[in-house]
Design a protein around this ligand. Structure first.
Ligand code: SF4
Length: 403
C-alpha cells in the first residue's frame, strides 16, 4: 500500500478524476513531446460524457500550455479496455502522428497505464487490510496514527500540516466568496449565508449549521475550480475538512491532534483505494463520498478519544451506510447532488463517530467486508449511475438551460 499522500492531493477542482488526472496526463505528454505541432486528445466513456461540465478540456488545454494547438475529440459511446476514464493522447507534426499514449484517470487524481510510465509512490505499508492493521494495533497496544508514523516516518506530519493549511484556507475562502457557481445551472453559493445564520443560532442548530457551512464552503470552492485537497477526491473534498474544522473549534482541539486525525483518515481512504476504488466512474458515489464519510468518521472517533476498535467501527458505519450511492451529476457539473451531499455526509460522519463511541467497538461486519461489498455493488451498478450523467437525477431533473 502506498503513502497516504496519494489520498490527500493538493490541486484545483472541480474533479480529481476528470480535471486533475487529465491535466496531469496532458502536462506529462507535452513534456515528452515539446515540439509537437498539435496535440490531439480523445476522451472516452465517462470522461467524454461529463468532461465538459467537469472542465476536462479546460484542464488539458491549460496544462499543454497553448490551447490553440489542442484538439479534443469526445467519444462518449466508446470506452478503452481498462477503466471508464480512458484518454488517448496523440502528438502530430506535419500532419503525421509521432507519438501515442493511452492512459486512464483512475480516481483521486491518480493515473494508470499499461506500461507504468508515470511515477507513483512506492508501496510502503506491509498490510493492505483494515483487519490486519487493527490486529497490529491490538497486539502492540498502539494506534492507527502510530502505524502510519511507523511506515511513513515523522515527516508525514509536515505534509499533513500543509494539507491542513490548504483545507482551512478552502473553508475560509468558501465562507467569504459569494455569487453564482460556474456553469449553466446557475447555482448560488450558500456557505456564507449558512455560516451567518449558524452564528446567530444556538445549541444543536448552531452545531449543524456550522458543520454544513464548512462542508458547503469547500464543495463550492471545488465547484468553482478553487484550490482544495482531495479527500479522497475533489467531489468529496468537503467532508473531512468540515468535520475536523468543526471539532477543532467546537471542542478546542489542537492542530497536532487534528493532524493525527488526518493520518487516520488517510489510512482509511488508502485501504479503500488499494482494495476497492475511489472512482465515481467505476463504483458510483459510494466510492467517493462513502469513502470520505468513512475517513471523517474514523478521524473524528479518534480525535474524540476512541480506541482503534471504535475508530474502525466508526469508519465501517460511515462506509456501510453509504453503500449503493449512485453518481448522477446534473449537467455533468460537480454541483447537484455533490455539494449538498458533502454537507449531509459530514453530519452523518460525525454521527457515526458518536455512535461508535457509545459502543465498546465490537460489531459484526468488518470494514474490509464493506470494502468488498462496495466493490461488488459498484460492479453491479449500471453504467448510467457511474458518472456518466445518463441516469438518476441527471436524467430526471431538467434545469432550464441558460447559455
Ligand atoms: S455524485 Fe458523488 S461521485 Fe458523482 S461527481 Fe458528485 S461527488 Fe463525485
Amino acid at each position: 500500500m502506498k503513502s497516504i499522500k496519494e489520498i490527500f492531493r493538493i490541486g484545483h477542482g472541480p474533479s480529481s478524476s476528470h480535471t486533475m488526472g487529465p491535466g496531469k496526463a496532458a502536462a506529462m505528454f507535452r513534456k515528452k513531446n515539446p515540439y509537437a505541432e498539435r496535440i490531439r486528445v480523445t476522451l472516452f466513456g465517462s470522461l467524454a460524457l461529463t468532461g465538459r461540465g467537469h472542465c476536462t478540456d479546460v484542464a488539458i488545454q491549460r496544462e499543454v500550455g497553448d490551447p490553440n494547438i489542442v484538439d479534443i475529440i469526445w467519444e462518449p459511446e466508446k470506452t478503452l479496455p481498462h477503466h471508464p476514464n480512458g484518454m488517448r493522447f496523440e502528438a502530430l507534426s506535419h500532419g503525421l502522428v509521432t507519438d501515442t499514449w493511452e492512459v486512464y484517470s483512475v480516481g483521486g487524481g491518480a493515473l494508470w497505464d499499461e506500461a507504468g510510465t508515470f511515477e507513483e509512490g512506492e508501496d510502503i505499508y506491509p498490510d493492505t487490510k483494515m483487519t490486519d492493521i487493527l490486529n497490529w494495533c491490538k497486539s502492540e497496544g498502539r494506534t492507527f496514527v502510530e502505524y502510519v508514523e511507523l511506515h511513513e516516518g515523522a515527516e508525514i506530519f509536515d505534509y499533513l500540516d500543509e494539507v491542513w493549511k490548504v483545507m482551512v484556507a478552502s473553508i475560509h475562502n468558501g465562507l467569504e466568496n459569494e455569487g453564482v457557481l460556474p456553469g449553466t445551472l446557475r447555482i448560488p453559493r450558500k456557505a456564507c449565508a449558512y455560516h451567518v445564520r449558524a452564528q446567530q443560532s444556538a445549541g444543536t442548530l448552531r452545531h449543524m449549521g456550522m458543520l454544513f457551512a464548512a462542508a458547503l464552503a469547500v464543495a463550492e470552492e471545488n465547484a468553482a475550480g478553487g484550490k482544495i485537497v482531495t479527500a479522497p477526491t475533489c467531489g468529496s473534498a468537503g467532508v473531512v475538512p468540515a468535520v475536523l474544522y468543526f471539532l477543532k473549534h467546537d471542542q478546542d482541539i489542537s492542530d497536532k491532534r487534528i493532524l493525527k486525525g488526518l493520518a487516520t483518515a488517510g489510512l482509511i481512504g488508502n485501504i479503500v483505494k488499494t482494495n476497492g476504488s475511489i472512482s465515481g466512474a467505476e463504483v458510483g458515489c459510494q466510492g467517493e463520498l462513502g469513502t470520505a464519510c468513512a475517513m471523517a468518521a474514523g478521524a473524528a472517533a479518534q480525535i474524540l478519544g476512541g480506541t482503534p476498535m471504535q475508530v474502525e467501527y466508526a469508519a465501517e458505519m460511515g462506509f456501510e451506510h453509504n453503500l449503493g450511492l449512485t453518481c448522477d451529476p446534473v449537467g455533468g457539473y460537480v454541483q447537484i447532488p455533490c455539494i449538498e451531499r458533502n454537507a449531509f455526509i459530514s453530519q452523518k460522519a460525525r454521527e457515526c463517530a458518536v455512535y461508535s463511541l457509545f459502543s465498546d467497538g465490537r460489531h459484526k461486519v468488518s470494514f474490509d467486508d464493506v470494502v468488498e461489498t462496495m466493490m461488488q455493488t459498484g460492479c453491479d451498478m449500471q453504467a448510467k449511475y457511474r458518472e456518466t450523467s445518463l441516469g438518476g437525477l441527471a436524467r430526471i431533473y431538467r434545469a432550464p438551460i441558460k447559455k
